[in-house]
Design a protein around this ligand. Structure first.
Ligand SMILES: Nc1ncnc2c1ncn2[C@@H]1O[C@H](COP(=O)(O)OP(=O)(O)OP(=O)(O)O)[C@@H](O)[C@H]1O
Length: 588
């Protein structure tokens, strides 16, 4: 992914150099003044693009963070704090961080409209505070001085352009890291992110903290731009306009922030020249935001899609290179595990696991062990309790009775993301991969610092598309394979796979069975496989446990267990007449 980040960074830098040079060379000073305003707004939009566009949290108080940055710069000017504007702007950004984290705390529990109300209330409270105080220097007309080098309008324009480029490039790199992938994953499914070992609270708070820092920087830049500020610059209405335009333009993308900056800065100018009311602009921004939400695509995203089409971008998912597949995967660094002779301690040991959903007993005193280097099947008819079993073991149920131990260490009281970090990884019955990620980003999310060669080998081994392919372009069946790739790439102690063959053809299922059987040797992971496809179970599993109505009704080698009359009855739902074959057929 480093290559992709470098490419994005170079594109941003080249566009800034070209656009900046052209602006300074061609624009008259008033338009250069407006262009500086566009860039400062673009920085504020980038901050919102991170928290709302990437992480999916509604933040309606972004201009309050900018206000903190601006206020800090004004205050340091009044008190003649040494260091000058550049340092003051940085300190202004840092001053907004604690506030950002404080606002982020409710986001740990709230989502959607509730979080919107909390952030809106904060912006309203900030409005009230600003109305009762004056900005430092506002009454004494003490303008924020700029260093001589950037004192001129072109000089300050280039300074702001450099700040925008720095923020945009920084975000381009950050969003390709595991943390960046975690932000996108959280937006899609917090549970799925936790299953990859991501601490959802930390990821959310980091998004709010970094976002507030960038917003604070934009406020400081504005202080240097205008010299003196008034509270209206950071009002609740400004925050709402910023949110609407960020949604409409796609502020999570560098060019989306510029488009948004142009809209916010130039639209009022246009209305003024046409002698129209400024409120018209806000209405149009609100309609634009609703339109973007309805279409599921912001302006910058549409432009990127158009660009891909014009370049004739590939629409089919290319498979990862066959040459890499032929190279094979290195065996587990954990070394060959002992055969599952039952002598060594099991990797995963479950004793007396019971789960109730109100009156429904989903699991009733289930005992199950997954030996080292083994692939164990967990089967049973619909509603038998298989997914509940995985939820309990991986820490996604609030409460359960019984004991779950990983390599002899009890997991009771351990949160889901910590269980994942300790080596209990899972896939989901329906895929939960964030479509905004690329295939490679997804493996980075799942396995952290995976080197690119190993990542590509894992993708090829499971017939997954190449790392650069956006997940949105990967078909549903292949996403199931990607789910498995994500789980095993982390080389967990035990991988719990929930119906990985769903959506696969018969041939693909058999190929997947062979791959699953290879997991212990290649990744050092034991596997608990939940499946309805008995061909897959027979081909991949050495042992099978059968659940029915939350109880274990049989356990042993698949050939024996699938012939067990109680198992046949469970699958048919009626008593099996002696010697009947219907149940066996139903089970297979
Ligand atoms: N959140 C829930 N609230 C109430 N009951 C639930 C909940 N989740 C599952 N159940 C019930 O618990 C029982 C076990 O469900 P579970 O999904 O674990 O079965 P399963 O074996 O995974 O089924 P399937 O093969 O259809 O996925 C079922 O009776 C189901 O209706």
């Amino acid at each position: 992914m480093k290559r992709a980040s470098r490419r994005a960074a170079l594109t941003i830098l080249a566009a800034c150099a070209l656009g900046g040079g052209a602006a300074v060379g061609l624009l008259p000073s008033y338009w250069l003044f407006l262009a500086t305003g566009v860039l400062i707004t673009a920085v504020a939009l980038l901050s919102l693009g991170l928290v709302a566009g990437r992480t999916g949290m509604i933040a309606l108080c972004q201009m309050s963070f900018a206000g903190v940055g601006a206020w800090t710069v004004g205050y340091m000017n009044i008190w003649q704090v040494p260091g000058g504007l550049l340092l003051w702007i940085l300190i202004g950004g840092l001053a907004a961080v604690p506030l950002g984290i404080a606002i982020g705390l409710p986001a740990l529990r709230l989502r959607g409209i509730n979080l919107a109300i909390v952030t809106l209330s904060f912006a309203a409270a900030f409005d009230t505070v600003l109305a009762t105080i004056t900005f430092p220097g506002q009454t004494s007309f003490q303008s924020v001085p700029r260093p001589a080098l950037i004192d001129s309008d072109p000089g300050y324009f280039l300074f702001v352009l450099a700040a925008y480029a720095l923020v945009a490039v920084g975000l381009a790199f950050l969003t390709r890291t595991r943390l960046g992938a975690a932000w996108l994953a959280i937006r899609h499914s917090e549970r799925a992110a936790a299953a990859h070992g991501v601490s959802v609270p930390m990821a959310k708070l980091s998004a709010f903290g970094i976002s507030a820092f960038i917003a604070g920087i934009s406020g400081g830049l504005l202080a240097g731009f205008l010299g003196t500020l008034v509270s209206e610059n950071f009002s609740l209405m400004q925050s709402l306009v910023l949110y609407a335009v960020a949604t409409m333009a796609g502020a999570h993308l560098a060019e989306g922030a510029i488009i948004g900056g142009i809209l916010i800065t130039l639209f009022p100018e246009l209305l003024r020249r046409l002698d129209l009311a400024q409120d018209i602009g806000n209405v149009i921004f609100a309609i634009g935001a609703v339109q973007a939400l309805a279409a599921g695509e912001a302006i910058a995203e549409s432009l990127r899609r158009l660009g891909r089409r014009l370049r004739g971008g590939a629409s089919a998912a290319p498979a990862a290179a066959a040459a890499v597949r032929d190279g094979g995967l290195p065996a587990s660094p954990a070394g060959p595990r002992p055969p599952p002779d039952g002598a060594g301690p099991p990797v995963l040991a479950i004793r007396g696991l019971s789960v109730r959903y109100g009156a429904v007993v989903a699991l009733d005193g289930v005992d199950l062990s997954v030996p080292q280097a083994a692939v164990v099947g967990l089967i049973g008819p619909n509603g038998a309790g298989k997914s509940t079993f995985i939820d309990a073991v991986t820490g996604f149920l609030e409460t359960y009775e019984g004991e779950v131990a990983l390599e002899n260490r009890p997991l009771e009281g351990v949160a889901a993301h910590r269980r994942a970090q300790r080596g209990v990884r899972r896939s989901w019955q329906t895929t939960r991969i964030a479509p905004e990620l690329t295939v490679g980003d997804y493996l980075t999310l799942a396995a952290g610092g995976l080197d690119e060669a190993e990542r590509d080998r894992i993708l090829a081994w499971l017939d997954c598309p190449a790392a650069e392919m956006p997940v949105a372009q990967v078909d549903a069946g292949t996403r199931r394979l990607l789910d498995v790739a994500g789980v095993v790439a982390a080389r967990p102690a035990v991988a719990l796979l929930d119906e990985p063959a769903a959506g696969q053809s018969y041939d693909q299922t058999l190929r997947l069975a062979a791959r699953i059987a290879e997991i212990p040797a290649l990744f050092g992971s034991s596997v608990l496989l939940v499946e309805h496809d008995m061909d897959l179970v027979r081909a991949a599993c050495a042992q099978v446990t059968v659940l029915d109505f939350g109880r274990v009704i049989a356990a042993g080698p698949p050939a024996e267990v699938l012939e067990d009359p109680a198992v046949k009855t469970a699958y048919l739902g009626v008593a099996e007449p002696a010697g009947g074959h219907a149940a066996a057929e139903a089970a297979s």
